[in-house]
Ligand binder design. Structure first.
Ligand SMILES: *Cc1c(COP(=O)(O)O)cnc(C)c1O
Length: 468
């Protein structure tokens, strides 16, 4: 194309005002904000101009420009935080939003969000109230603690507690407990940021009471125990029980704190899972402060809960950092509703999705697997080999490290597509479906698939395998 030709085409391009007028008559642009349409029209025109100048073959028709702008606009207004289907079997999947909330929590969030509330008002006196009071009593009732406060997350809870109790002093921690939880939460870093001086004792695999005792100096401000969460030391190991550390603390007049990480209110061993100390156990051992997450084994909203001796919790409440880490009213609403269910353990197990998915009996998993199998088989039986595969699910969220939960998965091997292509296409579909590949098969674990999602999974598989 010669330069004069190019300029002629450029000159004939429709003007932006004219294009904007055309979009007003097109229903496809109806729900798209004007500012977005304008920007996308500009972008489209710019691209076409560049193509023309570069001498590329270009379709500069109005319809083409409008179509281009519409695609760009749709992509722009597409919601970014969206629902996905978790078929990984990892119950507390940090990348997938950790705990699902129970119905009561969802209802309460809506109720509290829609209306004014007594977030910081004492209704009886008309005076200013304290936001934590909504849950303080309830947490104490469930854990046996004297006092409680909830903040933004457990990382914040640990930071706040350390900063309040032990700023400027030595905090004694076993070398086996200097863990990294992921997402940049590392015990030594949190320690230094909170103004404490880390005093490591013992070895990676073995730490004894005398190690803590020998580390005590005039500047020792705290004994800290940290739940190893996402890893496990096996073999020749020794650690000090919380109650022994509390006894030493009493003797030396040094407070004791435990970061439980995930923290549970129920004894999971009743449901065939390994015994994990409950929050009440830690409180009962006499720790001054215990911290745990709201959205791990508790199955509630993201939060960090601090329980312990009244004096210590009162100090924490007075720390100005508490304001920076404070819990919002929606979280508080969800937390109260979730915690309330724990007054009746049977109800909690049934209604809190995390507990339900962790304790579901194998025979019920098999029923879910049967249903998924039948649904999928009916739709894509001719296009793939489908079979059951007895495997393991993971609790996730740093709870029950290395624990395998027996599960029955569906394993799919497409006849005309690679397994990795199938995995990618499932992930790129809307809603995204997250499965995994094992032994060159695409694996779907029914444990974390919610009621009603089987049909979506099956129709998505069909679309992908038919289209290919
Ligand atoms: C998960 C975890 C944390 C961080 O809790 P968040 O609620 O994710 O902030 C801190 N300590 C331990 C031991 C944990 O397992």
């Amino acid at each position: 194309m010669t330069d004069p030709d190019k300029h002629k085409i450029l000159k004939n391009l429709p003007g932006i005002d004219h294009l904007l007028e055309l979009t007003k008559k097109d229903d496809q642009f109806l729900d798209i904000p004007r500012s977005v349409i304008l920007e996308c029209l500009r972008l489209s025109l710019e691209r076409i101009r560049k193509d023309i100048l570069a001498g590329n073959e270009t379709n500069a028709a109005k319809e083409t420009i409008l179509f281009m702008a519409l695609s760009l606009a749709k992509e722009k207004i597409r919601p970014r935080l969206v629902n996905i289907i978790n078929a990984t079997g990892v119950v507390l999947h940090t990348n997938l939003g950790r705990a699902l909330l129970c119905e009561d929590a969802l209802d309460n969030i809506r109720a509290v969000a829609k209306s004014y509330s007594n977030l910081e008002l004492k209704i009886e006196t008309g005076k200013r109230g304290i936001r934590y009071e909504a849950i303080d009593e309830l947490i104490c009732e469930l854990t046996g603690a004297q006092s409680a406060i909830a903040v933004n997350n457990n990382a914040g809870a640990v930071f706040l507690a350390l900063n309040t109790i032990a700023r400027g002093t030595n905090v004694v921690v076993s070398r086996g407990e200097l863990v990294e939880i992921g997402g940049s939460f590392r015990v030594p870093d949190v320690m230094s940021k909170s103004g404490c001086i880390l005093k490591e004792v013992g070895t990676t695999n073995r730490t004894h009471l005398r190690d803590y005792e020998n580390a005590v100096s005039d500047n020792t401000g705290l004994f800290l125990k940290v739940h190893a969460s996402n890893y496990k030391i096996e073999g020749f190991t020794a650690s000090v029980a919380l109650k022994d550390l509390v006894a030493l603390g009493k003797n030396k007049n040094i407070p004791v704190m435990e970061d439980l990480g995930s923290g549970t209110l129920i004894d999971f061993s009743k449901y065939g899972l390994p015994p994990e100390p409950t929050i009440a156990d830690s409180v009962g051992s006499g720790a001054d402060v215990v911290t745990f997450s709201g959205d791990k084994l508790l199955g509630g909203p993201q939060a960090g809960i601090i329980v312990g001796k009244k004096e210590t919790i009162d100090e924490i409440k007075k720390n100005p950092l508490t304001r920076a880490l404070r819990i919002d009213k929606l979280t508080l609403a969800a937390l109260e509703s979730t915690l309330k269910l724990y007054r009746d353990e049977k109800k909690a197990i049934l209604e809190i999705p995390t507990l339900r998915m962790l304790t579901i009996p194998f025979k019920d998993i098999c029923k879910k697997a049967d249903f998924l199998f039948e649904t999928v088989k009916k739709d894509i039986g001719s296009m793939a080999d489908i079979e059951f595969a007895d495997m393991n699910s993971r609790p996730g969220g740093g709870s029950f490290p290395e624990l395998n939960l027996p599960t029955r998965c569906i394993a799919i091997q497409p006849k005309n597509m690679s397994v990795s292509r199938l995995e990618i296409n499932m992930r790129l579909s809307r809603p995204a479906i997250i499965g995994r590949i094992e032994d060159n098969k695409y694996i779907l674990d029914p444990r974390t698939i919610q009621k009603g999602q089987e049909a979506i999974i099956s129709s998505t598989l069909t679309k992908i395998l038919v289209k290919k």
